[in-house]
Design a protein around this ligand. Structure first.
Ligand SMILES: *[C@@H]1O[C@H](CO)[C@@H](O)[C@H](O)[C@H]1NC(C)=O
Length: 242
């Protein structure tokens, strides 16, 4: 790598960190109103990621390889996947109670890719291999995050996530577009797909959990990484007793 190139990368990284740490805060206190507004402003910047610092982009989020085994006995191999929509989530609220941040978001999310699947979905035998696209409209994400503070080797205080719990529910519908659910049988494939869409909630109960857990794990990984980069006094400018 030549010096000029390294310098450009360096400046890019610094400006991205700055955009996260010094983004124009709408307000400075810890009220529910201020936290909600701040999270709404910071969230799109956070999901954009800083790959150079181990914070990957979450929108678009690349899913190279995802293998799922559903409880009902359906295996799914998902490849060349791409998930979108996180940066446009609406923050309903965010509040701090003691050391716990409670927040709720509504999002429209889309996942697309190639899939292979074998087994049983509800009562249908599945032997599929094709393109998949799943759209969730108005999915509700509710999260509880517990923090403590910790002094790192640079002598600065940082926040540390000690536990998290994210639950999802569907305030809008989920639509499925999958080609070739039963190899070589387009008519039956279409009937199964119709069934899936007519019973989207039942299907989402089978499929949604593992997919959402996968996404939440990616967000958590980024959040933990971010917390080791930005000292607490840059995150919140008012004293926080943790
Ligand atoms: C999701 O999509 C619906 C319909 O297009 C729209 O009304 C809603 O505002 C969107 N929600 C978000 C969080 O973008």
């Amino acid at each position: 790598m030549n010096l000029k190139y390294s310098l450009v990368i360096f400046i890019l990284v610094i400006s991205r960190i700055d955009s996260i740490t010094q983004f124009r805060r709408p307000c400075e206190d810890l009220s529910e109103e201020c936290l909600s507004k701040s999270l709404q402003m910071a969230f799109p910047i956070f999901v954009q990621g800083i790959p150079e610092l181990g914070i990957e982009s979450l929108d678009p989020y690349i899913i190279d390889n995802l293998d799922l085994m559903l409880a009902g006995g359906l295996s799914i191999q998902f490849r060349q996947g791409i998930a979108k929509g996180l940066k446009d989530c609406d923050v309903d609220f965010a509040k701090l109670i003691g050391n716990t941040l409670e927040t709720q978001l509504h999002c429209n999310l889309t996942v697309k890719g190639k899939y292979k699947s074998l087994g049983k979905l509800l009562m249908f035998p599945i032997d599929g291999h094709g393109d998949a696209s799943i759209k969730c409209r108005n999915i509700r994400l509710h999260g509880l995050f517990k923090f403590k503070s910790k002094v790192l080797s640079d002598g600065e205080k940082y926040l540390e996530l000690i536990s998290s719990n994210v639950e999802h529910s569907y305030d809008g519908r989920v639509s499925y577009h999958l080609t070739n659910l039963l190899r070589g049988n387009p008519e039956l494939s279409n009937s199964v797909l119709d069934f899936m869409n007519n019973n989207w909630r039942m299907v989402a109960e089978e499929l949604g959990g593992p997919l959402v857990d996968y996404g939440v794990a990616a967000v958590m990984k980024n959040l933990k990484q971010l917390l080791t980069i930005i000292p607490m006094n840059k995150m919140v400018t008012v004293p926080l007793n943790l």
